[in-house]
Each structure stands twice: as structure tokens, then as C-alpha cells.
Design a binder for this molecule. Structure first.
Ligand SMILES: [Cu+2]
Length: 147
């Protein structure tokens, strides 16, 4: 009887509304100095509501999720975001000038042409690891002031 219950539970799992996140076009900017943070960008698509909780990478001591906010004086600043909601049918794009993943405490310089792994932890989907190509340091996006 115990065995039957267990197998029924296993069978029921795929029928639950499990989110599946698709990560497209990840990339990061080459860093000028290892002592300066870099930024990574990507697009998230999900077929169920999900939430990005945490991001880690072996090249960064800490990965922060940043958004941008413009104050009444027209000054754009980066703001820390705790969690990022992903709704089905609405891709979330992290791009220069908008939300981004801030790669803090780099263990080394990110060189153009290389790539590094980055793991995104979602509430529903769990861990998703992507390979992030490093593109040129091109000055697209907001001024990256160290917080
Ligand atoms: Cu930032």
C-alpha cells in the first residue's frame, strides 16, 4: 500500500502547474578591471508564474539584481531588486539601460570572447544554469556607479 501511494505521488508531479523557465540570449559585458563590477543581461520566458530568487556565478562573489529608477530631477540610478516576477506570456528582458544582473566582486577580469556559467534560482523551476558569453565593454546602458 505504501509503495502504491509513493508511485501515485511521483506520477502526479508532472501534472502540477510546474513553471518552466526559458533563458534566452544571455550575455555579459567585458570588465575593464577585475575590481569593477560587470553586468549580465538576458531574457526570461515562462509558461507559468515564477519568480527569480537568486543568481550565482563562480566568476562573481555576489550577483545582484538591479533595476533602474529615474528620480524627479531626471537622474537615473540603479536600485536593488530582491525578487523578479516572471509572468506567462510576458518575457522579462534585462538589457542595458534597464534591469540587469550586477556581477560584484569578480574573481578575475571578464575578457571579451570568453564565457562563464551563471545559475539562476527560480521559486518554481529551481536552478537553471546558462553559459554567458562575454561581449565587448561597449558603453550601452546607464552609468554603472558602484553602490
Ligand atoms: Cu547595477
Amino acid at each position: 500500500m505504501k509503495l502504491l501511494t509513493a508511485s501515485l505521488l511521483t506520477f502526479a508531479w508532472p501534472l502540477a502547474a510546474q513553471a518552466e523557465i526559458i533563458v534566452t540570449d544571455p550575455w555579459a559585458r567585458a570588465s575593464v578591471l577585475a575590481s569593477r563590477p560587470s553586468a549580465a543581461y538576458l531574457t526570461l520566458t515562462s509558461d507559468a508564474p515564477d519568480r527569480l530568487l537568486e543568481v550565482t556565478s563562480p566568476v562573481a562573489g555576489h550577483v545582484m539584481l538591479h533595476g533602474v529608477a529615474t528620480d524627479s530631477a531626471g537622474v537615473t540610478r540603479m536600485v536593488h531588486i530582491e525578487e523578479l516576477d516572471v509572468s506567462p506570456g510576458t518575457p522579462v528582458t534585462l538589457a542595458p539601460g534597464d534591469s540587469h544582473l550586477m556581477l560584484m566582486d569578480l574573481s578575475r577580469k571578464l575578457e571579451e570572447g570568453e564565457s562563464f556559467p551563471m545559475t539562476l534560482v527560480f521559486e518554481g523551476t529551481g536552478d537553471v544554469t546558462v553559459d554567458v558569453p562575454v561581449l565587448g565593454p561597449g558603453a550601452m546602458g546607464p552609468t554603472e556607479e558602484r553602490p
